[in-house]
Design a protein around this ligand. Structure first.
Ligand code: CDV
Length: 311
């Protein structure tokens, strides 16, 4: 048996601060048309696709911060993306900064949506693992202020029946945490879609810089294999406003093998025919959770050793 979903990973090159939403959407549509021509069912864009990666700047003026956020989706500026998807009959995954009113107050999330082939939003995810810091840290060459500009996502890690399978989403730093994949794995996820903006230089730990690409591949391949799922990881890459961001967008099989990888740091589409039934032999043998996982023993270990996370 096979259930094929043809996926396009649409890596996006640098976006200048001066670039308008309309200019970005034009680039995204060009990638979407390439994806359609290549037979894709869905095209996956990166984290915070619509603007430059603004958490690199410390801003006190909330109006300035909010200029990077979307108040509605679709909006006038993003409608052409939805219209093109509908016209072509292709789905997409898009990351963006979401400004919404919830509980009578403004809330800001680092968000991704899944849009079906009819151009309808069918799923939403809000980033849980926010990296970086909340206050200005002058020692850094550039800031990473996600903890200042976003709240922790409040939607958990659900999965959705979509594109003929079970689809989940996460965003950038989430991909480094095994819990992300396992929570979705326990719900039977077959394909995880994610976007990232990962600076090559990590100011608090520059000793990791030479390993940035290795760690990117390592975590996504591990998450795929250990949960018997496809993983599609898509970068916003290249030198953006003076900051080098890694590329190596890739599509990873449930075996943990990368089956397609970008080779540039610009706008680039890679495509893979993903058979969702390749998940089955992992989910029913080595990673048959019902048969082999031992959560009761994990609890005992914690009890006996007193192992607790540090405060
Ligand atoms: N956008 C991100 O979440 N970036 C982080 C960096 C700061 C380490 C990442 O995990 O790639």
């Amino acid at each position: 048996m096979s259930r094929i979903v043809t996926v396009g990973a649409a890596q996006v090159g640098p976006i200048a601060r001066s670039e308008t939403r309309a200019q970005v959407v034009t680039r995204l549509i060009a990638l979407m048309r390439q994806a359609k021509a290549a037979g894709c069912d869905i095209v996956v864009y990166p984290e915070l696709t619509l603007t430059t990666f603004f958490p690199r700047w410390y801003m006190e003026d909330q109006t300035e911060v909010d200029s990077f956020f979307e108040r509605e989706m679709p909006s006038n500026e993003t409608a052409p993306l939805f219209n093109t998807a509908r016209e072509l009959g292709i789905g997409f995954h898009l990351g963006y900064a979401e400004l919404t009113q919830e509980g009578g107050r403004a809330r800001r999330f680092n968000t991704a949506i899944l849009v079906d082939k009819a151009g309808a939003i069918v799923a939403k995810y809000r980033k849980v693992h926010l990296p970086g810091h909340a206050e200005h840290e002058p020692y850094r060459q550039f800031q990473h202020l996600e903890k200042r500009y976003f709240e922790v996502g409040n939607l958990g890690f659900p999965v959705w029946r979509a594109f003929g399978g079970v689809v989940g989403m996460c965003i950038c730093n989430d991909r480094r945490w095994p819990e992300t994949y396992r929570v979705m794995g326990l719900q039977g996820v077959e394909m995880v879609l994610l976007g990232y903006n990962t600076p090559l230089h990590n100011p608090p730990a520059p000793e990791h810089d030479a390993l940035a690409n290795h760690h990117n591949t390592l975590v996504m391949q591990s998450g795929a294999y250990q949960n018997g799922t496809w993983v599609v990881g898509v970068a916003k890459a290249g030198v953006e406003e003076g900051v080098m961001q890694i590329g190596q967008s890739q599509i990873i099989a449930p075996s943990g093998e990368t089956v397609a990888m970008c080779s540039t740091l610009g706008d680039e589409l890679i495509v893979a025919r993903c058979d969702l039934d390749l998940t089955v032999s992992y989910k029913t043998t080595i990673f048959n959770f019902a048969k082999h996982r031992r959560p009761e023993a994990y609890g005992l270990i914690v009890e006996r050793t007193g192992a607790r996370p540090p405060d």
